[in-house]
Design a protein around this ligand. Structure first.
Ligand code: UT7
Length: 327
């Protein structure tokens, strides 16, 4: 038995903030952001709009395209770094309720920006084990709501959005989800985090400020890690699958920084055109970035059933991983 990506959907908020808009409120410039990251714009959810709200919109599109109703779902796996609640309940449960997916289990999976890759592998394995037939995997983020606007090192990098796929049992040989590589290096736990608000660094009444709870990143440490793992992942995935780069229609990477991908392309001697980017428009949407990009590739009609797509990601944890999917 195989599993496959039955359908995809995405939703990004309409409000668009340009680099020049940011340069009006902090010490930055369009030139710096573009030349250091490739980012030109990001989309921003209105205050009070949550990860669950965006996830439901993306999920409804994926369900409709997959010819399924919410009641056909057996499981919802939601990945986010910006959950509706701290710790519990899972944002996936909020989505389950809003969709009316009354037959589905629901849980959140925390693997930073690699979350989508971890989640599709979990979905695949649940189907192969007979636990579920149709699994909704959704990455959804409202990162602009946890950005420290006094920190130009991070505030310019992130955007909001959600991307969803339905994973189902495959009845044909053409489409499948191949094995994944899922890895971590927890020694880098504190190079990318929201520090205060958990048990280790608790919220202190009267002392903790919003910025203590906001996203923090040691950009250079993550950059070096990302170049190394991205390069190794692509190499290892191709080797393990016995595929050459020419057999891959698209590499759809986590959309963090165009320079990270250019460095991987150069090291591997892969033409940069193999990589699909849309970070110029949406910036880094963490665990939503890969399914948002996949949705764009789908909507542009660039995929046909049987095409090989290679996904890679890295992020908080630190985590990294990749997989090859036959569309
Ligand atoms: O989703 C997973 C996690 N995220 C990532 O993948 C991000 C990984 N890291 C990166 O993409 C890059 O490290 C950054 C884009 C975050 C930073 O780029 P960089 O080329 O490593 O810049 P830098 O940190 O070395 O900073 C260079 C200079 C510094 O000024 P000085 O000390 O040389 O005077 C920074 O203060 O650029 C300055 N700078 C800025 N200037 C204008 C940092 N942020 C900005 C900014 N606008 N927004």
């Amino acid at each position: 038995m195989n599993t496959y990506i039955r359908s995809v959907g995405a939703f990004v908020p309409e409000k668009r903030v340009t680099n020049n808009d940011l340069s009006q409120i902090m010490d930055t410039s369009d030139e710096w952001i573009k030349s250091h990251t490739g980012i030109e714009n990001r989309h921003v959810a209105e205050k009070g709009v949550t990860a669950a709200d965006l996830a439901v919109k993306a999920a409804k599109i994926a369900l409709e395209r997959g010819g399924l109703s919410a009641e056909d779902l057996d499981m919802i796996i939601l990945t986010t770094a910006t959950p509706d609640y701290i710790g519990f309940p899972a944002t996936a449960c909020v989505v389950q309720d809003k969709l009316g997916a009354k037959n589905a289990g629901a849980f959140d999976l925390v693997a930073g920006c690699t979350g989508f890759i971890y989640a599709i592998d979990n979905a695949k394995n649940m189907i192969l084990a007979g636990t579920a037939k149709n699994v909704l995997v959704v990455g959804s983020e409202v990162l602009t709501q946890v950005s420290n606007m006094q920190d130009r090192d991070t505030a310019v990098l992130f955007g909001d959005g959600a991307g969803a796929v339905i994973i189902s049992e495959s009845t044909n040989e053409e489409s499948s989800i191949e094995h994944a590589i899922l890895k971590s290096d927890g020694s880098g736990a504190e190079v990318l985090m929201r520090k205060v608000g958990g048990i280790k660094y608790p919220f202190v009444d009267g002392e903790t400020t919003f910025n203590d709870t906001a996203l923090y990143m040691d950009g250079q440490a993550v950059y070096k890690f990302a170049v190394k793992v991205n390069t190794n992942l692509i190499k290892e995935l191709l080797e393990r699958s016995n595929l050459a780069i020419d057999d891959i229609s698209y590499i759809i990477p986590h959309q963090a920084n165009i320079r990270i991908l250019q460095a991987a392309a150069k090291r591997l001697k892969i033409p940069i055109e193999k990589f699909y980017f849309n970070l110029m428009e949406y910036a880094n949407t963490s665990s939503a970035s890969i399914p948002i990009a996949l949705n764009e590739v789908y909507e542009k009609g660039l995929l046909k059933r049987g095409d090989n797509i290679l996904f890679t990601g890295f992020g908080a944890g630190l985590t990294y991983g990749g997989t090859i999917v036959k569309w």
